[in-house]
Design a protein around this ligand. Structure first.
Ligand code: SF4
Length: 246
């Protein structure tokens, strides 16, 4: 396998990103530290119970809303017609996962923020004792919406950002979403991770590095994921994408 320095560099250099305003580094107030410490204790408890017994699921994804407000060309997990799954049905499914002893329940989509009763979904997850996570494209976040997610008890949020500037493949772009990230830095009590997907056909894979650096500057964690197909198989990466992933 060639080393990174031997790999062909993409024809474009990393897209330059200039934040509109100074980075709003996430402030860890005493209250946020307490919430983070409590969350960490619950996570350690879930790991301990997974080590002690393999007879329960550790993590489950639920999809209360398959509809999405975007249409990334690589995505096979959304449509533009589905109605929200009825809240009573969602509660019944979550309670079942709770009875199975599920440790982490992550709300996925589609776009979860389109579900009109998302806060009730989060509350129901927390009632089971599970850790409540959510994956979102972030477009619909506003300070008041973030406050409601805090109040509902959300533990983790992941936002996927694919590129620096929107293009034909994806509009999940740092340029568009940076204002939302700054809102999260200011208002979110939950943990925030920024994930960049490589392998989906984004013209400039180096954008993932720019996104990661921005996430860390704002005080979030950052990961880089690999695109998968409809059956869950990871797609092969090009040389430059592999180098970025490493
Ligand atoms: S935002 Fe997420 S769910 Fe929506 S089309 Fe893009 S990848 Fe799919």
């Amino acid at each position: 396998m060639p080393t990174e320095s031997q790999l062909p560099v993409s024809t474009k250099s990393a897209t330059k990103f200039e934040p509109g305003t100074a980075p709003a580094q996430r402030r860890m107030t005493a209250r946020r530290r307490l919430i983070a410490a409590t969350r960490k204790l619950r996570e350690l408890g879930s790991i301990a119970s997974a080590v002690a017994s393999t007879s329960h699921p550790y993590m489950a994804h639920i999809v209360p809303m398959r509809r999405c407000n975007l249409a990334c060309t690589y995505c096979n997990e959304f449509d533009d017609v589905s109605n929200p799954v009825d809240i009573d049905e969602m509660k019944r499914r979550i309670d079942h996962l709770g009875r199975l002893g599920t440790s982490v329940i992550t709300i996925s989509g589609g776009e979860p923020l389109l579900h009109p009763e998302l806060d009730d979904v989060i509350r129901q997850i927390r009632k089971t004792g599970a850790i409540a996570g959510m994956i979102t494209n972030g477009y619909l976040l506003m300070p008041e919406r973030i406050a409601r997610l805090n109040a509902a008890g959300l533990d983790h949020m992941q936002i996927s950002i694919d590129n620096v500037m929107p293009d034909d493949v994806s509009k999940k772009s740092l340029k568009v979403l940076d204002a939302k990230l700054r809102m999260l830095a200011e208002h979110a009590d939950f943990h925030v991770n920024i994930n960049s997907v490589v392998g989906g056909g984004i013209p400039n894979p180096d954008d993932a590095l720019t996104v990661s650096k921005r996430a860390l500057a704002l005080g979030f964690s950052s990961t880089i994921g690999i695109i998968h197909d409809g059956s869950g198989q990871l797609k092969p990466l090009g040389d430059r994408e592999r180098a970025v992933y490493k």
